[in-house]
Design a protein around this ligand. Structure first.
Ligand SMILES: Nc1nc2c(c(=O)[nH]1)N(C=O)[C@@H](CNc1ccc(C(=O)N[C@@H](CCC(=O)O)C(=O)O)cc1)CN2
Ligand SMILES: Nc1ncnc2c1ncn2[C@@H]1O[C@H](COP(=O)(O)OP(=O)(O)OP(=O)(O)O)[C@@H](O)[C@H]1O
Length: 188
């Protein structure tokens, strides 16, 4: 557990070394690959986190979803139950600082969506293996959510987030597709 925590810190440090233009260009190439894929084209409702640097930029993904006539769902943490509630986002002004200082939807201004209403979930993570193992922020929010989710899901990552090996636990849900600025890695 301690080693996971240490590894998270190292990974955040490594990612934050990216300069703005590397970050922008890689995020753009990741988004372009995502938009070219079947999962994106078929999705009516896309669930995605609101990125903060140095996470892969998702704001351009949200804008593009709106332009394409897709619905956008963003998560709100329910820390007591370690659960994620997805809510329909129709404007960036519906966001506020929430749990962990991340951006979350304002409950008074957004409607809840059930997991069954989501067609594609973009899963965040700090580090991945090409085989689809994922290390998240900690908290197990996405692993718990994915355990009961039956739709499509994938992850976006910079090549520098790929590692040869990660500690795997029984509850870790493997990610079938990881889109980077260079490649799309499929594992199932
Ligand atoms: N942009 C973004 N939004 C996201 C996520 C994400 O990875 N990125 N999440 C992805 O899941 C969820 C938030 N997950 C979080 C997980 C842990 C902590 C947090 O504060 N952790 C403490 C340790 C808490 C513990 O161990 O119980 C810490 O880091 O100090 C915050 C948010 C939903 N929103
Ligand atoms: N499906 C689950 N059921 C019960 N407990 C779980 C489940 N998934 C994760 N947990 C617990 O949540 C805690 C955090 O899990 P872990 O360190 O794997 O988070 P993570 O995968 O890095 O984060 P996240 O899924 O939020 O991105 C651990 O104590 C783990 O046992």
């Amino acid at each position: 557990m301690e080693s996971k925590k240490e590894f998270r810190r190292e990974m955040k440090e490594k990612l934050a070394k990216m300069n703005k233009w590397e970050y922008e260009q890689s995020s753009f190439e990741i988004a372009r690959r995502l938009f070219a894929g079947r999962e994106w084209k078929e999705a009516e409702t896309v669930a995605v986190t609101v990125s903060i640097f140095p996470e892969v930029d998702t704001l351009q993904i949200i804008r593009r979803a709106w332009l394409d006539g897709k619905q956008v769902a963003v998560p709100k943490c329910v820390p007591g139950e370690r659960r994620l509630d997805f809510r329909l986002l129709t404007s960036f002004t519906q966001l506020e600082r929430g749990y962990g200082n991340l951006f979350e939807p304002k409950t008074e201004e957004t409607a809840p969506l059930s997991p069954g209403q989501l067609s594609l979930v973009i899963v965040p993570g700090l580090a991945f293996t090409k085989g689809g193992h994922r290390l998240g922020f900690g908290g197990g929010y996405y692993d718990r959510f994915l355990a009961g989710y039956r739709g499509e899901f994938l992850a976006l990552a910079f090549e520098r987030q790929l590692v040869p090996k990660l500690p795997v636990e029984a509850h870790d849900v493997p990610i079938p597709k990881i889109v980077t600025e260079k490649e799309v890695y499929r594992s199932c």
